[in-house]
Ligand binder design. Structure first.
Ligand code: DGY
Length: 425
């Protein structure tokens, strides 16, 4: 299985960056790249570092790292560089994605065989990743709450989660220029976001473009400002990991600043806790209210170094979901009417999310549940190949096939977690 997974990575390798999958996503995506580097690191360390170096070579001057880098033209994707119109020499989108690079770099560094190369590459990346983290708290937390907001659902990576439904109603559709979606010619439309959602996605892009992609203005100008516990957990974990890495590399200022951001974030996560749901929830910042939507965003919080009691509660919550589906972890609570087992982030299982939840659970000593999540993940692969995501009941493969980060997570799970490995199907 490891060799097949490596082959998926090689097939999607474009030399200095990797596409998530041919056709559907023909450019470099931010969190896909950082997580895919973890897979490369097991068989080609220089290539793993290059993946992350390329990502940060396209960091904006203000510190933001964009969610897509359009390395070459491809008419098979919408919205392409002309729609974003960010004015960069190598075009990029103008929004960001979950900042998992800090975590990935520390992990690749810790496991590196070539310590000299690792120290050199990590040292060069350190200030860049730190600048991205600082950008988040400067531009996406203007009231200094300790948590950052996303201003477009695509930033969360969980594009069409039920979490956004209500807040998204505040995003208008008037003035949206006519467009042709391309995603539905590569993947089953029943597995993808709806046309109505796409109009709102594009309205936001047009709005931000109209403001010249000025990050000092975008947060307050967006009718969509949501504080996602999963997204913040990734940021907090990356800040904590960067602090440890900076310590090791002799950069005490970056270490102290990173630790402070992580600690403030951990304390502020309490404002998102729902005792009724037994998990974290999103906050609709525009109206100052929690969104009562039990999605995997609130479970992914386990990825952050939270108080052990909270992680134990999340473990109980995830355990209770197992009574309602065959494969953990569904992206939405299967007992709710909004659950849709096939539609992208409204129900299906995603391996990257499983990996991060399992890792957080393990760090907190919840090894049994972590093992179950990894075993479920590998059962999905055995049954349905390296898909983008999976039906949590039937294991039906959904979205794109031959998916890079799915393959990378399989390599991670098999190579690094003895015991969870090739568990029987
Ligand atoms: C897409 O095109 O579906 C992406 O998720 C946006 O980044």
């Amino acid at each position: 299985m490891i060799e097949t997974a490596r082959q998926v990575l090689r097939n999607n390798d474009r030399g200095f960056y990797t596409v998530p999958t041919k056709g559907l996503y023909p450019f470099q995506w931010n969190w896909d790249s950082a997580l895919s580097a973890l897979g490369f690191a097991h068989f080609d360390e220089p290539r793993a570092w290059t993946e992350i170096d390329t990502l940060f070579a396209h960091q904006w001057d203000d510190g933001m790292v964009p969610h897509i880098i359009f390395h070459q033209r491809d008419e098979g994707y919408y919205p392409g560089p002309d729609v974003w119109d960010t004015g960069r020499e190598v075009p990029t989108s103008g929004i960001t994605q979950p900042p998992v690079a800090g975590f990935a770099v520390r992990r690749i560094f810790d496991r590196a065989q070539d310590k000299t190369l690792a120290a050199e590459r990590a040292r060069a990346l350190l200030p860049r990743i730190h600048a991205w983290h600082q950008w988040f708290f400067r531009c996406r937390d203007p009231q200094h709450s300790g948590l950052v907001a996303i201003i477009h659902p695509w930033e969360s990576g969980r594009d069409n989660s039920v979490d956004w439904d209500d807040a998204f109603q505040r995003v208008p559709t008037d003035g949206v220029l006519p467009f042709n979606r391309r995603d539905t010619s590569h993947a089953d439309p029943a597995h993808r976001p709806t046309d109505e959602q796409y109009k709102r996605y594009i309205w936001l892009v047009q709005r931000f473009r109209g403001l010249g992609w000025d990050n000092a203005a975008l947060h307050d100008a967006s009718p969509f400002q949501v504080v996602d516990p999963g997204f913040n957990a990734i940021l907090i974990r990356s800040c904590a990991d960067l602090a440890a890495l900076a310590e090791e590399l002799g950069e005490p200022r970056i270490a102290a600043e990173s630790r402070a951001m992580a600690e403030r974030g951990i304390a502020a996560m309490e404002t998102l806790w729902s005792a009724a749901r037994g998990q974290y929830l999103c906050l609709d910042r525009s109206i100052g209210r929690l969104i009562d939507s039990p999605s995997v965003g609130g479970l992914l919080a386990a990825f952050a170094p939270l108080p052990p009691g909270r992680v134990a509660a999340l473990a109980r919550r995830i355990g209770s979901l197992a009574e309602h589906c065959r494969y953990l972890v569904p992206s939405h609570d299967p007992t709710t009417p909004e659950f849709d087992s096939l539609r992208y982030w409204r129900g299906p299982v995603w391996l990257v999310v499983n990996y991060m939840i399992a890792d957080g659970l393990e760090q907190a000593g919840q090894v049994e549940l972590a093992g179950r999540i990894k075993a479920d993940s590998l059962r999905l692969i055995r049954q349905s190949g390296f898909a983008e995501y999976y039906d949590p009941n039937t294991a039906e493969p959904c979205g794109g096939g031959q998916f890079t980060w799915t393959a990378a997570m399989v390599i991670e799970m098999l190579e690094t977690h003895a015991g969870a490995g090739d568990a029987p199907a």
